[in-house]
Each structure stands twice: as structure tokens, then as C-alpha cells.
Design a protein around this ligand. Structure first.
Ligand code: SF4
Ligand code: FE
Length: 507
């Protein structure tokens, strides 16, 4: 049930059938490719976590499915504490990698399929759950590295999948045989996919009956014939090819890729949704909330990295006691802890949607992600403010290493004694790479759904008419308020509506 980081690396190294492209060239070994190596190392941190003293309790969980200890990233949440442990683990791993470690999407996809197939079973369709639990057991036993793939290419945004001029704008079933299905289409912006062993594919939006060929969920090994992965570019990425140990991101990073399915065969036992359009609405809601909750952990962890870097750079320049600097660092702390608080609230107010299976609180999870669409850019702005213009102008490590320049750089980049010019450049690069990187800036806005998607959820979940009746009553107007048993004026989510067992405190 538990692999080590090294075992993961060994497995991913020989997974050489996968068709992966970086900068237009096919990559055979992702563990040594300079472009992908930082990403593989960040993914690996999730396999190291169960073996490291400070993370082992958070990273291990007991699976009743295989009666063994498993890596939390392949665990099905059994309690609200499990949900909170996820957020805490994510914050801690961010401290070790300073980037997105990419394994949570697969984690959330597993939990989403567990609840979805359970709800299908409750409504009389038992086969998907049986197939899914078998798959889950394999994943847990082998401790597989999963990528989750949800976002489709999408084509014309105003048109439904079946109305698209490009029939493959959303991943779809092209043929059904007695042994399995054939799928075509593409999933976009897929986190960590080149570092994964399997891809769990979910539909990206609610589908109607006319879109049933697009209502498909399955799991597929990453190196299956017909799958092509095109890894995306990132800011400063060519530095990785320079081979340095300061500028080149020699440590950790993440990647996203376009995953193309060109008539890929999926055996029937790995197909969990097949034209089951009636369940896509809930599925999307469940997944989105799970991933939005997680951001309260990983992005808070990146906030900590930036806070630490801001503070250290202030010390290097001798300004750490200046009141405006202290105030900016305090603000960074406030913003970071706010994101985390929301993630913890989403966990501890989680909902038991099926016996023994726990979903996050959808309102708090959406709030968490919405904070994350705003706060990281504010934290980064404060860090740049504290660090100074050097974030945009620092000499390269090659200048520092040039014998003709070395002495001058050492002399003119040093601030307070005890810190060197190299310290200054290293910390500056960390701010540049983390504060302005994909994981903290771009993924924070669009990952797990763009800002508008959360706002739609707020208006769906919040019962405005209830609050209005409360206000009318207090204002002395005629009101027919019927006080709820719960403090929150929330409506039931689609998932809770479908679940036979819903939280008692709601009505
Ligand atoms: Fe995990 Fe955060 Fe990366 Fe999503 S963005 S995969 S939650 S580390
Ligand atoms: Fe993400």
C-alpha cells in the first residue's frame, strides 16, 4: 500500500511507452529530462511524505478496502478529520516543494467517483460502484501515481458538447463494443500528467441527454496507445536547460499538459460512467468542491514560503524592524491564514453524503477557492514590495560564477553582514519562481474552476429569500420567516439532494 519516493521514480522511469512532448520533442525519460525533472521531484514528495517524521501521520491512512495502510493521496475520506488532514498535509508538502505537487487532482477524482458511483448504486445502478471499488483497490495496493483530467478543450464556449462544430471538443465515446469503449477528444491544462502512471478522466460539465456520449468517466494508464501529452510552457522555463543551481529551478516545480485521446480503447471494467448523463451535474459539483477545499492547504503553504522569503530578504537588507515592513508581513500572514481557515472550515463542516463517506462543505470549499483567486496575487505583491526591484533585475548566477565579476557582485549585492550576495540572489529567485509562478498566480485563479464558477455556486447555495424574510421580520414588515434549525441560510447542493442520507442540521 505504500511506496517510497525512490520506488515511484523507478516506476516512472521505465514507463517509457508514454508519448510525451516537451518543446516539440518527444521525451523518453521524464525523470532525467531537465524540463520535467523538477515536476517529477515535486510529485515524488507525495511518496516521500509517509516516510518522513513530520508528515508520516498526516500522509498515512487506513483503507478498509484493502485492509492496509495507504498513502493519503489514494485514500477515500472516512471522516471530517480525514478531510482536515488533507488540507494540513497539502500545506506541509508545499513547504517542502514550493510548488504544486500535482497528486491531489487524482486524489479528488477518486473520492468524486466513489461518491458518484455510490449515489448511482443507491438509485439502483450498482455496477459502476463495483467496478470502481475494484479499481480503487488496485490503485491503493500499488500506490499508483494518478493524474486527474477534467477540463476539456471546450471549443465554442456557448455551445453544448453535442452542438460543437468540432465533435471532439469534449472527450466522448466514439464506439462501444462488448469489451470496452473507444474515446476521442482532449483534456487541457492537466496537472502533473507527464509524471503520472494513470489518468482518471471525468466529465467537465453537466450534460443533458443529447450529450450522453460525452458523459464518460474512466481510468487509463498514461502510456496507453493513442494518448499524446503536450507539456505546456511556463515563465522562465528555458532556464532549466541551462543547468545551473540557482536560476534554473534545480529544485521543484509543476507542469500542466494537453492530453490528446486519439481513438483510445478503454476496457469495460475501467469505465465508471458510460452515457450516465444524469449523474454529471453532481459529479462536477463534488469534484469542484473537493479540489477547491484543497487549495486552502497548498496555497497557504506557498504563502508560508513567500512570507519566509520576504522576512529573510528584509533581514538581509536590515529593514525587518521597520514598521511598514512588519505591517506588510503581518498582512501576508493574515491573507495566508484566511485561505487556510476556509479550507479547514470546509473540512470540519464536511458532509456525510453516503454512509461513512465524507464530502467537503460545498459553501466553505467554494469560499476557500474564491479567496485563493484573490489573495495569492496580493501576497506576491507585498513580497515584491518588501524584496525590492531586484526581483526584476538580479544578475544571473552565471555572473556570480564569472571570475571577472564575482568579487564585484559579492561586494555590491551584499546587504547586512552575515548574508552573502549569493544568499540574496537565491532568496530573490525563490520569490520570483514561487510568487510569480504558475502554481501561485495562474493556477490560483483558474485551477479547480475560474472565479465565476465559485460565484455561481454562492448564489445557488445561498438562500437569499430566507435572509430577506429574516430582515423583513426585523424591520417590522410582514414576513413569513420559518426559522431553520441550522445557523446557515443555505440550500441543499445537488449532491445532497441526490444522497439519501443528508446532513441532519439542514432542512
Ligand atoms: Fe494539489 Fe494544490 Fe497542486 Fe491542486 S494546486 S494539485 S491542490 S498542490
Ligand atoms: Fe490545481
Amino acid at each position: 500500500g505504500l511506496r517510497t519516493g525512490q520506488e515511484y521514480l523507478d516506476a516512472i522511469k521505465v514507463r517509457n511507452k508514454a508519448e510525451i512532448y516537451v518543446l516539440g520533442k518527444e521525451v523518453k525519460d521524464v525523470t532525467t529530462n531537465p524540463f520535467l525533472k523538477p515536476s517529477v521531484l515535486a510529485f515524488k514528495a507525495t511518496f516521500d511524505a509517509p516516510w518522513e517524521e513530520d508528515t508520516k501521520d498526516l500522509a498515512r491512512a487506513w483503507s478498509p478496502f484493502i485492509n492496509e495502510e495507504v498513502n493519503r493521496f489514494n485514500h477515500i475520506h472516512r471522516s471530517r478529520e480525514d478531510l482536515a488532514a488533507k488540507v494540513k498535509l497539502l500545506r506541509k508538502i508545499s513547504h517542502k516543494v514550493g510548488a504544486c505537487f500535482q497528486r491531489c487532482v487524482g486524489f479528488d477524482a477518486l473520492n468524486t467517483l466513489y461518491i458518484t458511483t455510490e449515489l448511482m448504486a443507491q438509485h439502483g445502478k450498482t455496477e459502476p460502484k463495483e467496478k470502481f471499488v475494484e479499481y480503487l483497490k488496485t490503485v491503493q495496493k500499488k500506490d499508483l501515481a494518478l493524474a486527474g483530467a477534467m477540463t476539456d478543450a471546450k471549443g465554442v464556449r456557448t455551445l453544448k458538447p453535442s452542438q460543437q462544430p468540432n465533435k471532439d471538443a469534449y472527450v466522448r465515446i466514439t464506439e462501444v463494443t462488448k469489451d470496452g469503449i473507444y474515446v476521442s477528444g482532449a483534456k487541457a491544462n492537466i496537472t502533473g500528467v507527464a509524471a503520472s502512471e494513470e489518468i482518471v478522466v471525468l466529465p467537465t460539465r453537466a450534460m443533458g441527454p443529447e450529450d450522453q456520449d460525452y458523459a464518460v468517466a474512466f481510468a487509463v494508464p498514461t502510456d496507453t496507445e493513442g494518448i499524446k501529452i503536450v507539456v505546456g510552457r511556463q515563465l522562465n522555463d528555458a532556464r532549466r536547460l541551462e543547468g545551473g543551481d540557482i536560476d534554473s529551478i534545480p529544485y521543484f516545480y509543476n507542469h500542466e499538459g494537453l492530453v490528446i485521446f486519439d481513438n483510445v480503447f478503454i476496457p469495460m471494467e475501467r469505465v465508471f460512467l458510460m452515457r450516465d448523463w444524469e449523474y454529471t451535474n453532481q459529479l462536477v459539483e463534488i469534484f469542484a468542491a473537493y479540489h477547491r477545499q484543497g487549495y486552502g492547504g497548498c496555497k497557504a503553504g506557498l504563502g508560508d514560503v513567500i512570507i519566509g522569503a520576504s522576512y529573510n530578504l528584509a533581514k538581509q537588507m536590515g529593514v525587518e524592524k521597520a514598521s511598514h515592513i512588519q505591517d506588510k508581513i503581518t498582512e501576508e500572514i493574515f491573507l495566508t491564514e484566511t485561505m487556510y481557515s476556509a479550507g479547514i472550515a470546509a473540512s470540519l463542516n464536511g458532509i456525510e453524503v453516503c454512509p461513512g463517506c465524507f464530502w467537503v462543505n460545498p459553501m466553505h470549499a467554494n469560499v476557500t477557492k474564491h479567496l485563493v483567486t484573490r489573495f495569492p496575487s496580493q501576497i506576491s505583491q507585498l513580497a515584491i514590495d518588501i524584496a525590492g526591484g531586484i526581483v526584476g533585475t538580479a544578475p544571473s548566477e552565471w555572473d556570480l560564477k564569472n571570475p571577472k565579476l564575482k568579487e564585484y557582485i559579492a561586494k555590491y549585492l551584499q546587504g547586512v553582514e552575515g548574508y552573502t550576495a549569493e544568499d540574496r540572489i537565491r532568496m530573490t529567485r525563490l520569490i520570483e519562481n514561487v510568487a510569480l509562478g504558475v502554481a501561485f498566480q495562474i493556477e490560483s485563479v483558474h485551477g479547480a474552476g475560474s472565479p465565476a464558477a465559485q460565484r455561481i455556486m454562492f448564489s445557488r447555495l445561498y438562500d437569499l429569500s430566507y435572509s430577506e424574510e429574516v430582515a423583513k421580520r426585523l424591520a417590522g414588515m410582514k414576513s413569513d420567516v420559518h426559522f431553520k434549525n441550522s445557523a446557515e441560510p443555505w440550500r441543499l447542493s445537488e449532491t445532497e439532494k441526490l444522497a439519501s442520507k443528508t446532513q441532519k442540521t439542514k432542512d
